[in-house]
Design a protein around this ligand. Sequence first.
Ligand SMILES: [Zn+2]
Length: 292
Amino acid sequence: MYYGIDIGGTTAKIGCFKDDKLIKSWIIDMRVNTVDEMVLNIINSIKANDDNVLGIGLDCPGFIVNDQVITSPNLHFLDGINLKQAFLKHIDTKVKVINDANCHALGEAIYNKLDNIVFITLGTGVGGGYIVDGKVFEGFNGAFMEIGHMHVDDFYNFRCGCGQVGCLETVCGQKGVINLVNYYKNKLNTKLELDYTVRDVFDLARVNDELAFKVFEVFTDKLGLALANTAILLNPKTIIIGGGISKAGDFLLNAIKRNFTKYACQSVVNTDIILASLGNDAGMYGAYYLVK
Ligand SMILES: [Zn+2]
């Protein structure tokens, strides 16, 4: 059978596919220190399930070009490693590796029978992918569609993990919400408790809590700006919003659409904007489609 594997910072999700259907999935621990340890953990886990592995597709956080990890911020032992070759040392099958956001994009596009899409993932940070003719674009050094680092802000000037200030993910995604709450918490009235989640902030925004609503407003305004800029560059048919935060549903989607319209040029203003449908399984599906 085919395997689609979504590698995260601490766990990997392994999906087993038969006739285009995810028939079984499980999670393995990824707290390892070497490439071989990681590769063997995954291979042993697959072989315990199946002795006829037809192919393994993998996604991994970081900058990746042609199966080669350039850098991976959370899995530094993979820096400079050709992950495909690392697998082929231990198993004789088809192997393909891409960046996680690109992989989620591919999963959502093919599963939903959509093409010419931009995919945005709103998680801890903000990532993205672009799919045309079922193909993933990686760019010269794997930075294609790293929309989280598009410059959108000159007011707050929060420092980004990339070293710059004003990147989209400093005001959007989970990191952005934390930055904005910290910025406004002494200035605006709020019922927000100390150990809040992004969900709490959005729930309070719905009932017009002053602080939460301000954070929500900045978040969706900057995302609308980034998406309008992306739409005029790439002219996709559809923009798909995924990632954990996208569970906020229509409340979030409608605000994104409103802000997109505010910034979008006439020729792209009718771009479809929809929520992702595969949730946490998008990476496994994308990795499967990639290798299949
Ligand atoms: Zn940045």
